[in-house]
Design a protein around this ligand. Structure first.
Ligand SMILES: *Cc1c(COP(=O)(O)O)cnc(C)c1O
Length: 377
């Protein structure tokens, strides 16, 4: 059996080697290392794919979140509501910008931000909500957009894990994640569903004025060469990374389909097995792109399982082991443990199994047999 990896970037590369190499060679031949045609082309190709007016490439997903918040003109003391159960990048940039992070609990089935918890957290200082499409599944955008509209709040989608997912609204309209809120951020970190061979990120918006503001912010606040109108940053997508991403973008739907197929096989193998909860999928098969395949182990054996799988040569991950509200950097007296029952439980139970575009049936069989045997032994 081929060695099991959490993410098999080498296997994926083998299948697209010629295109990747050709595009990278083009960057070197033309020495257009910064901006240049590969970056421009990738930007417009991604705009068409997502059906969004503006894609502004930048250096990584964390920058993308920060720049989105800077672009909206959020100010010190403004409150930004986000999920307690996610990667720290979101809360990190909120704090860096001297905004006030307000962490709220998630839903027990989807692991996504709980609209009821958002409602309870709104104060006169609240300015924005950051839903994260966690593990590749769309957050409840019907409810979130409605809350935002009612309270006049911005919605900043953290689409780092959800690229390629489609949200179906209650009225049947469909939109790609990242094209729903006022602005969105994504990451092209190598292991993401659309991953570069290094760092990369992008901001999306349908708002022309906001796009203009953001294009200046990513480039030192310049709208005219050497005229610095606002305080900006230096955050660029590398042309080499754009070349890799251009080679991969036409395959993104097929890659996501491969992930969904693997998730389906995992689901079937774990169906009805005691003490194992498979990930809940809200909506149809387009609503989840399985950035991660996350089980809940409900008999307290999660940590022992992690150890056992590692011994068996099966990599796995715990995303995330500590609630953000309990992290040293983000602790705050305003938080009350009773407000985070779901996150506090998930951090004890979740385990992510290998998930990538190259998983084969033999590997899935071995992984699921090993997990089942251990959990109920
Ligand atoms: C990966 C990730 C980020 C950060 O992206 P980087 O490119 O690593 O800076 C932000 N939010 C979420 C949910 C992520 O998974």
């Amino acid at each position: 059996m081929k060695k099991i990896q959490m993410v098999d970037l080498k296997g994926q590369y083998e299948a697209i080697k010629e295109t990747v190499n050709e595009y990278i060679a083009e960057v070197i031949d033309t020495t257009a290392f910064i901006n240049g045609p590969q970056v421009q082309k990738f930007q417009s190709e991604l705009e068409s794919y997502l059906d969004v007016k503006h894609v502004i490439p930048c250096a990584n997903g964390t920058d993308a979140l920060q720049i989105a918040m800077m672009g909206l003109g959020l100010e010190q003391g403004d409150e930004v509501i986000t999920a307690d159960f996610t990667f720290a990048a979101t809360v990190e940039v909120i704090a860096l910008l001297k905004l006030t992070p307000v962490l709220v609990d998630v839903e027990p089935d989807t692991f996504n931000i709980d609209p009821e918890a958002i409602k309870k957290a709104i104060t006169p200082k609240t300015k924005a909500i950051v839903p994260v499409h966690l593990f590749g599944q769309c957050a409840n955008m019907d409810a979130i957009m409605e809350i935002a509209k009612e309270h006049n709040l911005y919605v900043i989608e953290d689409n780092a894990q959800g690229i390629g997912a489609t949200y179906t609204f209650a009225d049947g309209t469909k939109k790609k994640t990242g094209a729903i809120g006022h602005v969105a951020a994504t990451s092209f970190f190598p292991s993401k569903n659309l991953g570069a061979y290094g760092d990369g990120g992008a901001i999306f918006t349908n708002d022309n004025d906001l796009a203009h503001t953001i294009r200046g912010i990513v480039n030192h606040g310049m709208y005219e060469r050497y005229h610095h109108d606002v305080v900006g940053v230096n955050s660029r997508l590398d042309a080499m990374q754009a070349a890799v991403l251009r080679a991969k973008l036409p395959k993104l739907d097929a890659y996501n389909d491969a992930r969904k197929a693997a998730a389906q096989k995992y689901n079937e193998a774990f169906s009805g097995v005691k003490n194992i909860l498979t990930p809940y999928q809200y909506g149809d098969e387009t609503s989840h792109v399985y950035h991660q395949y996350t089980l809940q182990i409900t008999n307290g054996k999660r940590d022992a399982l992690v150890k056992y799988l590692n011994e068996q040569g099966i990599p796995c991950g715990v995303y995330y082991p500590i609630p953000l509200h309990s992290q040293k950097a983000y602790k705050d007296d305003r938080y009350n443990e009773a407000d985070f029952p779901v996150t506090n439980q998930l951090v004890k139970d979740v385990i992510a199994l290998p998930m990538h575009t190259e998983l084969n049936d033999e590997q899935i069989q071995f992984i699921t047999d090993t997990v089942k045997k251990f959990v109920n032994s």
